[in-house]
Design a protein around this ligand. Sequence first.
Ligand code: C2E
Ligand code: MG
Ligand code: MG
Ligand code: MG
Length: 299
Amino acid sequence: AAKTAGKRQWRRYHPDLQRGMAERAMLQEGLDNSSIETSFMVLYQPIVELTSGRIAGYEALVRWPHSTRGMVLPEQFITLAEESGQIVPLGAWVLDQAAGEAVRWRKTVGRRGPADRHAPYVSVNVSPRQFRDTEFYNVVRRALDLSDIRPSSLVLELTESLLMYNDDRILAEMSALTELGVRIAIDDFGTGYSSLSYLREFPISILKIDKSFIDELGRSPEQYALVEGITHLADTLGLTVIAEGVEDVRQQESLIAMGCRFGQGYLFAEPVSAEEAGQLVLAPPLGRLAGVPEAPVER
Ligand code: C2E
Ligand code: MG
Ligand code: MG
Ligand code: MG
């Protein structure tokens, strides 16, 4: 019976599997032939102070506008780019773009007042393969030098999976980067590593609570307690918390109530073009609680 079931399953999934492979081959070919600057683009999603709706920073999110397949999302090519090593030059390019935009934001804000206090930082995703590349530190230094971005205006988003390697070189690399003044965030926090001891061992400044936890927030007291617990833990350790994937006002209110300071999600804004991000810098606060008396944004 098991054999029959297996066969039936195979028959059911076979066409999809083939389509998946063809698609993969096509994407891979596109990646191989792409000249990065002309093929990819970077969007920016605001990271917002929850109580005021003010933009504290932006996350840089890469896109691949494809002639026949529309806007290809990172899920469909980041893994491939990691496997082929292409993530290394692609990631370096994203970093340069992001640093360049952050400098523009600072200049825009500077025309209106004390730029340093209000200019948004930029947060860039770094895949494990990219981080473990021996040149990564130099790539970051070069991006800082070329763009004239303040190191404190650059955040690198790493995943818990990187810390699983439990490698002294990773710790050394992270320390060298933070000595430059760059800050490190743990992305998708709560989905990966099972031990929390790394939060003490590594020089981390920011925890980004994964969207799956935020989705579940209103579903049960246990889910609420979980996010509240993470927030308090972060607070105790002196870490900043950002809630990912905030989509409705009730989530925003719950997060504020539990002391989570920052959020990111469609409630405030979807990822936007560099041009739109530049305009949002001077726009009124985002989100529906906007207008609530605001404390100065601290960065
Ligand atoms: P991530 O770093 O966790 O980024 C957040 C993802 O959630 C983004 O998807 C963003 O568009 C999406 N998102 C934000 N707010 C909401 C919301 O309210 N609702 C929903 N449903 N989604 C929301 P995106 O841009 O497709 O990126 C997916 C992942 O690809 C990122 O997850 C990140 O891990 C990776 N990625 C993106 N850009 C880069 C890059 O330049 N380099 C590397 N290595 N990875 C990248
Ligand atoms: Mg991220
Ligand atoms: Mg994330
Ligand atoms: Mg995520």
